[in-house]
Design a protein around this ligand. Structure first.
Ligand code: ATP
Ligand code: MG
Length: 562
């Protein structure tokens, strides 16, 4: 068993908690939910939560619901609801049932009346500022609101009138009556309802009071029969409130368990920041291939498998930490290495002419599609006397250890012949614009009888047969480890990488003319690329998914990254 497999086999603390509860008969099964707020697109952090919630349900033969936590009418939109469903499915998961917290508004209202009647909630008329003042601080207890001792009858009447729209926005709230001296500020009479005239994406104008997150979440879990309500660490201090509501209502009581949010170096995931990037045009929408959104990664060409593998290997933690984004990129490389077809493409071309090649002759040569997968078969590639090769693969004068092509030297053309460079043609400024070679007919790959050995092999494309394509070279959006934590006087915008997108024209082997939007290939010796949906019959567009090797690590080692 590899170290990775061993790690996957060993149980993390949530699995241990679940197994203990099941063994103790506390719950009859593993019923989880993924509860996004539809106020933006999902990001790679959400993928972690999705893999965890859906994964646990699957592993223990339970169910996992999708629930939109839509209690905040001013920020929520149907566009987000749709994109979230698409992204979860793309990641490879399917919910057992779909719910909206807003479906429970009637039930929540009824329960609020119940708490009021039993003396556990009251209508409070303090202003927002007064409420803050009365709440106290981490070191000082709060003070009771002067409205705390209203009778149940009076509270019920006021609450009904709140609902009926008799009071202006923000003028009153409904609060739970818990303990203004509690060391946990969340228990100092938290707000349950606020007055807000806003059109909700599902309930329209039916309500002018909206429940808070805390008053909604646990009860929604309870209604759905959730057993394990998994959330991130910032809700640890809310757990006593979650428990209090369930106990006071006497309803099914799920267990809340917290884990650490996924944080990745160089990425900025908060919806607040992402929304700004999109709205202010720093990127081309939520699915810009540089965004850390699921839809961005999809368009970038990442595979669902690689994201799932990454999430599994990152593990489940109880403490916050940052994971190097290289681990995500490596997961993508690992998966694509196994499945992507190899193709040749020249992205920074210079002409190579074979001077002893018969004029007009075209010869088909054969190359395997994927050395990692024999079942992927072979393909034919046209070879001719006029080729494109990468500028970088040629030096007029080169150090001894330069094993690509140099003047007076020889190199093997992949799936072709060994060529010897005897001369170059230059423009007026002295740049090499054409490399003149002869080919050695004895050296054809696969039937080489020459016994000649050369150290280097380079890729090429026959100029006359090449497919021209737009190639979008994506790179990291931010140049620093933690763009969300800017130095004084700066914002995350100061760390945008000015070279995060370069658009060039590439020359591709003709087999790629058949590729369709979403197809992923390896451009040999360069990296992995995907056909972008912007592709039209007139013009193909490719996105760089990831280079073959990590160039950032290397540059950083040399102090050149910034
Ligand atoms: P953000 O503001 O970054 O989008 P959020 O927590 O406000 O995050 P929600 O839509 O409320 O986003 O989250 C839905 C679920 O995904 C929650 O259970 C939340 O805990 C989980 N989640 C969000 N971000 C992460 C993350 N970085 N790592 C793991 N789980 C996360
Ligand atoms: Mg949120």
């Amino acid at each position: 068993m590899s170290e990775q497999e061993a790690k996957r086999e060993s149980k993390h603390f949530i699995q241990q908690a679940i197994e203990a509860d099941l063994a103790a008969g506390r719950f009859s099964g593993v019923f989880t939910r993924f509860p996004p707020e539809p106020n933006g697109y999902l990001h790679i952090g959400h993928a972690k939560s999705i893999c965890l919630n859906f994964g646990l349900a699957k592993d223990y033969g339970g169910t996992c619901n999708l629930r939109f936590d839509d209690t905040n009418p001013t920020k929520e939109e149907t566009e987000y609801v749709d994109s979230i469903q698409e992204d979860i499915r793309w990641l490879g998961f399917e919910w057992d049932s779909l719910h909206y917290a807003s479906d429970y508004f009637d039930q929540l209202y009824e329960w609020a009346e119940k708490l009021i009647s039993e003396g556990h909630a009251y209508v409070c008329d303090l202003t927002a500022e007064q409420t803050r003042e009365y709440r106290g601080t981490l070191t000082e207890p709060g003070r009771n609101s002067p409205f705390r001792d209203r009778t149940a009858q009076e509270n019920l009447d006021l609450f009904r009138r709140m609902r009926a729209g008799e009071f202006p926005d923000g003028s009153r709230v409904l609060r739970a009556k818990i303990d203004m001296a509690s060391p946990n500020i969340n228990l100092r009479d938290p707000v349950m309802y606020r007055i807000l005239r806003a059109t909700h994406h599902r309930t329209g104008d039916k309500w002018c009071i909206y429940p808070t997150y805390d008053w909604t979440h646990g009860q929604s879990d309870s209604i759905e029969g959730i057993s394990f309500s998994i959330c991130t660490l910032e809700f640890e201090n809310h757990r006593p409130l979650y428990d209090w509501y369930c106990e006071k209502l006497g309803i099914h009581h799920p267990r809340q368990i917290e884990f650490a949010k996924l944080k990745l170096s160089t990425l900025l995931m908060g919806k607040r920041h992402m929304l700004r990037m999109v709205k202010e045009g720093y990127v081309n929408g939520w699915d810009d291939p540089r965004m850390p959104t699921i839809s961005g990664y999809r368009r970038r060409g990442y595979t669902p498998e690689s994201i799932r593998n990454f999430c599994a290997d990152a593990g489940i933690a109880k403490f916050n930490s940052t994971i190097d984004v290289i681990r995500l990129e490596n997961a993508v490389r690992e998966h694509l290495n196994a499945v992507a077809l190899r193709r040749m493409a020249v992205l920074d071309p210079v002409k190579l002419t074979i001077t002893n090649w018969p004029e007009g002759k075209v010869e088909m040569t054969e190359a395997i599609n994927n050395p990692e997968d024999p079942s992927a078969g072979k393909r034919q590639i046209p070879f001719s006397g006029k080729l494109w090769i990468e500028q970088d693969d040629f030096r007029e004068e080169a150090p001894r250890k330069f094993f690509r092509l140099k003047k007076g030297g020889a190199v093997r053309l992949r799936a072709g012949y060994i060529v010897d460079c005897h001369d170059v043609v230059k423009d007026d400024e002295g740049n090499v614009i054409e490399i003149l070679c002869t080919y050695d007919p004895e050296t054809k790959s696969g039937s080489d009888s020459s016994g000649r050995k050369v150290k280097g092999t380079i890729h090429w494309v026959s100029a006359e047969h090449a497919v021209e394509a737009e190639v979008r070279l994506y790179d990291r959006l931010f140049t620093v480890e933690n763009p969300g934590d800017p130095e004084e006087g700066k914002t995350f915008l100061d760390y945008l990488n000015p070279d995060s997108l370069k658009v060039i024209t590439g020359y591709l082997e003709p087999a790629l003319a058949e590729a369709k939007s979403g197809d992923r290939v390896q451009f040999e010796r360069l990296g992995y690329y995907v056909v972008d949906p912007d592709t039209t019959p007139q013009k193909m567009v490719f996105n760089r998914i990831v280079s073959l090797r990590d160039t950032w690590g290397k540059m950083e080692a040399k102090g050149k990254a910034n």
